[in-house]
Write a protein that binds this ligand. Structure first.
Ligand SMILES: [Zn+2]
Ligand SMILES: [Zn+2]
Length: 311
């Protein structure tokens, strides 16, 4: 409920807050950013070839599936059901995005849905910003994109994620977060080394499959919090300011149909028009076809039509 007090939905703990800030600043943002810069510099020496591109593309695909299909549509919204084995794989690949462990991520995301663009939303571009000028908008975008990560109180996991905490497998995956995160950087480094049989292969794998990939992927997904609550179309009259943004559809694997998502958060697919590309939704339908996803939820055409704004 919107009336939930901030004390109920967040945890005020200095130690936890400082650890979370450290993680957000260094692990989620700065180290991947430095890795990306190193990658750009190395292009001037080594050029850019099949290994750089294939490392980036394959690790991007694996981890964006973990984040969007796993953390978001499966763990946060329960939009389909799957086996424990696939759940574990989704938990591991999602953790490789360096956006925090599953329980923390889901608690923050459910908090966003419950309090979208109102007090209590951890990353709204509108809260606490008076005025409508360019500078206000820019500060709002910065807060929603990155600023909130080092400024918010931790979400109360006992309030938002009781279901996940009760599941022993998910709890264990959550505890092993730093192992999966490290694996997401070490694994491409090993593969790169094995492919070129030299140190250059290790460095290319570590940078393009690991750090630069985290930087690029995270900034596309952070754009959902910032750009997709400010720029784009609103076919559904939802209570917040979510928007559909076509330009981010491909790299976000469909999450940029964000107004569609806020209108039907439980839906496993977000492309309600034939031209809306939703790769994560397609992936879930593929899982369903091969028998790995069941109870795949989506609204029917009548439910979509009724919710549409009269334009
Ligand atoms: Zn949103
Ligand atoms: Zn969501």
């Amino acid at each position: 409920m919107i009336n939930d007090s901030l004390a109920q939905i967040s945890i005020y703990d200095e130690h936890l807050a400082s650890r979370q800030k450290w993680h957000s600043l260094w692990i989620t943002n700065l180290i991947p950013f430095f890795g990306f810069i190193v990658g750009i510099v190395l292009i001037f020496y080594w050029g850019i070839g099949w290994l750089e591109i294939s490392m980036l593309a394959s690790m991007y695909f694996i981890t964006v599936i973990g984040l969007e299909v796993g953390f978001h549509r499966f763990f946060a919204h329960k939009s389909f059901e799957t086996s424990n084995a696939l759940m574990i794989l989704l938990a591991i690949s999602g953790s490789m995005c360096a956006q925090g462990p599953i329980v923390y991520w889901v608690a923050n995301h459910r908090r966003h849905h419950k309090h979208s663009d109102q007090m209590g939303d951890p990353h709204s571009p509108y809260i606490d910003r008076d005025g409508a000028g360019f500078k206000t908008k820019l500060l709002g975008l910065w807060h929603a994109h990155i600023g909130w990560q080092v400024r918010h109180n931790s979400p109360s996991t006992s309030h938002f994620t009781k279901d996940l905490l009760k599941n022993k497998i998910i709890f264990r995956m959550n505890q092993l977060y730093f192992v999966w995160l490290t694996l997401g950087i070490v694994l491409p480094a090993i593969v790169g080394g094995l492919l070129l049989l030299n140190l250059k292969g290790v460095v290319i794998g570590l940078i393009w499959g690991g750090l630069a990939r985290i930087f690029i992927l995270n900034n596309f997904t952070f754009s959902i919090n910032s750009i997709c609550h400010m720029f784009g179309r609103r076919p559904f009259d939802t209570k917040e300011n979510s928007r559909n943004n076509i330009w981010l559809a491909l790299p976000s694997f469909g999450q940029s149909w964000h107004n569609n998502h806020h209108a039907f958060p439980y839906s496993a697919v977000l492309n309600f028009q034939w031209w809306q590309v939703d790769l994560a939704g397609n992936f879930i339908l593929f899982l369903k076809r091969i028998g790995l996803a069941t109870n795949v939820k989506k609204p029917n055409t009548d439910q979509i039509r009724l919710k549409k704004m009269a334009i």
